[in-house]
Write a protein of this length. Sequence first.
Lengths: 300, 520, 99
Amino acid sequence: MMNSNKKRLRRSMMFLNCQKPGLIKDPYIYKPDSIMLDLEDAVAEGEKDAARYSLFHALQEIDYHGVERVVRINGLDTPHWREDVRVCVAGGADAIRIPKVESAEDVKRIEAAVEEDEKAFAKEPGSMLLMAALESAMGVMKALDICEASERLFGIALSGGDYTKDLQTVITGGGVELAGARQHMIIAARAAKVQCFDTVYTNLDDMEGFKKEVQMIKMMGFDGKSLVNPRQISIVHDVYTPTEKEIIFSEKIVKEIDEKKAQGIGVFTVDGKMIDIAFYDGAKRVLELAKASGVYKGDM
Amino acid sequence: MINKVGRDIPDEILKETGKEVFQGIYYKNKTEYIKHGPVTRVLMDNESSKLVDSIHDVLVKCGIKDGMTVSFHHHFREGDLVVNMVMEEIHKMGIKDITICASSLGKAHDPLVPMIEDGTITNIQSSGVRGKIGEAISHGKLKGLATMRSHGGRVRALLTGETVVDIAFIGAPTCDDYGNCRGIGGKSDCGVLSYSVVDSNHANKVVAITDCLVPFPNFPAHIEMTRVDYVCVVDAIGQPEKIATGAAKPTTDVRKQMMADYCTKFVTNAPYFKNGFSYQTGVGGASIASTISLTKIMEEKGIKMGFGVGGLTKPMCDLLDKGLVNCLLDTQDFDLDAVESVKNQKHFRISAGMYANPFNKGAFVNKLDYVILAALEVDVNFNCNVVVGSDGIITGAQGGHPDTAAGAKCTIVISPLLQGRIPAICTDVTTVTTPGESVDVVITDYGVAINPLRQDLIEAMKDVEGIPFCTIEELRDMAYAIVGEPEKVEFGDRVVGIIESRDGTIMDVVREIKPFSFTE
Amino acid sequence: MEILKPAAAGTLESSDAMVTVEPGEEGIEFELNSTVIHQYGNEIKKIVMETLERLSVQNAKITVVDKGALNCTLKARVECAVFRANSQKENLPWGGVIQ
């Protein structure tokens, strides 16, 4: 049975350093869709163990008020990932973000460890979800394989810093160096019917540039973005909030299709536009997004 | 005796001070009294000079002796050099039992601690104290009582003669040889001299201390020569970089921004938000951010402010530049932009008395629609503490908090729910400085609570979206759920200070700190 | 568990605590320095003692320098210090004596 959380709304996924108690105690007040508790890059090599105890107790004792708790574990090329998976499962995280994924095999190794640990810690089988971060040219090229590697995998995320190094270029701010990866990944994710998330934007002094990037990735089809600071959350949510026009139009489509389907009519017009059943899912998604954004109080 | 905010004021303190317990914010409304007048030594000849060579000589001329009361202002904030300069001279002369009556004292005055310990200073009256003086008082080192007064309360104490100042020292950025003082110009430009106006009117001797003597007449004078006995020129009265700093950068802290947004939404949805409304705010990050976001909404809706009052910062002065406020009434300048702005025609200086004194024929605070304040703690009865830290040590100042809260139609207190592990919203504040009956709204990063006494505001906010309304008890419960219920700070028996209500009654007492010990 | 060697965990940042354990001989010797000692001193002691008991630490000298850490952080720092004192970093008893 599919984990019902697999398709949840993930516009904003905010990184938090597990080793900083002040950061992980109440990030839910910023209302991100997901937090990503980091055991990897943010935690110094000598503090990997300390971060796990903090993570375990945070997962067990802090009420995150429904915000999804993803944990970024250390990579498969490190000695840390196995214990990271154990603490995630034992602590009851909602999902694991696997860094530096380059193949379906990488995802499967984590999946096997998760399965073993779900048994060991008497957790419901299949409760832990996975997401894969693609951080290299190889990872991006294997995107479709990776998307299809596990039933637990809800999405893939671009990690632009390492990826551009692998391409032998740098983040320019204009996005040209990431264009191919973004386009390729979103196509792969949609082909595999999983979600797709954009890389972080680290220049906190340029909120205008950040907003432009969010507008662009939304247009490209991305479900959301990895974030590094709570200041970025409301901007993402604003960009992803449907306009009043979009909501009214979507409402009409859902209503018309529900009615016309009963009458056996396949194609019809709404506001002068040709509409058929293919519009249904998209319209539903707009209304769900509108509800999540607090701008739609209807019941469709 | 239990007072109106439920605090037990020991009988011996009532006896010792001759004061009553607090009985509500309007208890003394419309009572009558005769103002205290100072001893005035007339100067009729045209030959005498008011200039005196040194602090020592001026103390001698003023007849300094044991048991006297000396007063100071705090316009130089943490850059003040005057208090230490005068007190060090008094100390050297071997004078004892001095009462300091300051509009406020800060960390700049840490050097007074040895004088407290050796009995040079035995009483302190101030808006508040910070740093080592606070620690010394809380550890019982002051022989007499520390009296914490609001800015308005201080003016009342001087007007009624409850406190008689023997010598007032007024640090003046510019002064002429006959005592006309201005807050503007010179090296220690602080813009205004509002707190000192009452000292000059009611102290028996008035000494202007300046580091910038200017040609006579230094006009228009903020402190007039007719009230000044002596002028003393020294090398430096302040450290300019600590008096008025550059304007604070708008906050990047999301929590402060969130609280500012809730505040602006509340202000603009309350019934007082219409052309001509009046407003006061503070210097904290959330206050400044809310002034900035309020400005945007005023521009959008075409609503102008009638007046802004109190201690001023750049965002308030920007309103004046943009033509969004009719005038500013200034009691203190917190940044260089405010110091510069006070030269503006519609930016007026007012005295602390005109600002906040409860015992005159009506102060500016009575005409306030909104005041935005901060607090260290707020309890479920909306009582606020702005003076005593969570460790039981005196570490803050009343300032105009109780004055503006009592006067304004809508008093908003902004505080993050948690300061580290300490909950700002609690069952009982450590010490009451501002009574809950005068506090209408509490804004935190977790939620916003309206005082149930203000059913009109609750009704007005009924359909407002985007503010997470809850009860004050819910805020406390949220805080306790995260950090656990705090134990009360344990104090010793000895009362070391009183929190005076603005009308002179006793709001609360501060007791000596007791070292912590585990219960088992 | 025994405290085999001195070990520490945590930082002195706000909302954190620095916990140091050293081998001890007779029972638990507890020392606390906290910015919130008046409000939470007893609570902190209780949490630290309970955590040591769960870990079956009977003899140790433990020093906590607390900067307003929540209970979950205090537990995490005590556990980390104790397991470091035993040089154990893997196959930890999550949900067992760590809870």
